[in-house]
Each structure stands twice: as structure tokens, then as C-alpha cells.
Design a protein around this ligand. Sequence first.
Ligand code: DX5
Ligand code: ZN
Length: 214
Amino acid sequence: MIVSPSILSADFSHLLDDVLDVQEMGAQYIHIDVMDGHFVPNISLGPVVLESLKGKCSVIKDVHLMIDEPLKYAESFKKAGADIITFHYEVVSDVKFAIKKIKELGVKVGISIKPKTDVKVLLPYLNDLDLILIMSVEPGFGGQKFMENSLPKIKFLAEERCKLGLNYLIEVDGGINLETAKLCKDNGCDIAVAGTSIFKASDRNKVVKGLLEL
Ligand code: DX5
Ligand code: ZN
């Protein structure tokens, strides 16, 4: 699988060291969780933190906007180095417009749905998306338990992709470890986001390598 370690669980006092560490182990992406205290009950980081990594690492910067007004801030994240910008389906009234605006910035665009959102709401947009992020926990905090209702959603998206001849990537986020990532992979998932299981591991290399080998 593609591995996207979530820096939410990294050591912010040594952020670049942690990012270079997982990059060295083979992680292709890093996942940047942006929380505004409105869409989710937590506040995390803004573009200035992403900017601090600019030009210092080669991993793809996978930005997950858990905020009420993604279009207001997307450009700042692009300028700070984002390669992929993912917004939440639940916060935008015009999904097509949001996809178009983010694409115009010259980044890849992703959409995410919360655990209680029906995956079928994404059907009208599949053709326009580079990535779909299935939340396998309620967004807002790291360290939660994986929710298995994400699996049929992943399977559905993988089947639609095949049926329609599309090539969006399917990403899963929340409670991912070697065991839950395997379940996701078996259902057609391409990218594993993992925070706690990587950055808090006693043997980080084993976890990253294990995920890469799935
Ligand atoms: C949750 C975030 C996740 C989180 C995952 O709102 O979107 O990316 O960091 O953390 P773990 O892997 O600890 O569940
Ligand atoms: Zn995330």
C-alpha cells in the first residue's frame, strides 16, 4: 500500500526529523490533519506548520482539511506546499464547484466522508476526483478505534472505479494498524493513513515496512 503517516501523532518539537524518518523508511506521503475547532471539536495546525517542511523533504504532502470553509484556506495550503488537498463532503453546498476551485490551484483534489455519511452521495463526482478518503473514525482525534463500516464503502468505491474505468485513489484514515490496513487493502484500498500506529510504535520501521508490503 501507499503509506501516509499522519503527523498529528508526530513529535512537533522535532517535526522534520520525524518526517525524514518515515520518508527514509519508504513512506511515500505524509498526511497533514487540519482541524478548525468547528467542523471537529479540536484544533491542530495551519499552513505555517506545513510551510516549515517546504523544500526539506520529498514526500507527497497529503492535506486533510477538517474545516468548515475549505475554499477559504485551500490556496494558503497550496502555497505552503500541499500536493493533494482533501475537503469534507459534509461542509460544502456545491461539491462540483469546490472540486473545480481546488483543481485550479494546481493540486490534486480529494473528498472525504465521515463514518455516518453514505458513500453513494459521492457517485456524481467520481469522475472528477483524484482521491477519496474514507474516515474510519469520527474525525477530530488520533488514537481511536477503527470502524468496520468503512470496509463496504471502500469495496463499493473499488468496484465503481473498475466498472467506470476511473483511477481515483482510495484512502482510509483512522485506527489504522497492520491488521486493519490489511482489511482495507483486501477491500480495494490504496493508501493507509496511520498516526498512532506509526509514530507511537516501539518499532516504527516494522510498522511502515509492514504497511508498505500489504
Ligand atoms: C483523525 C485524523 C487522522 C488521525 C489518525 O481526525 O483525520 O488522520 O491522525 O490517527 P490514528 O492513526 O491515530 O487513528
Ligand atoms: Zn486525517
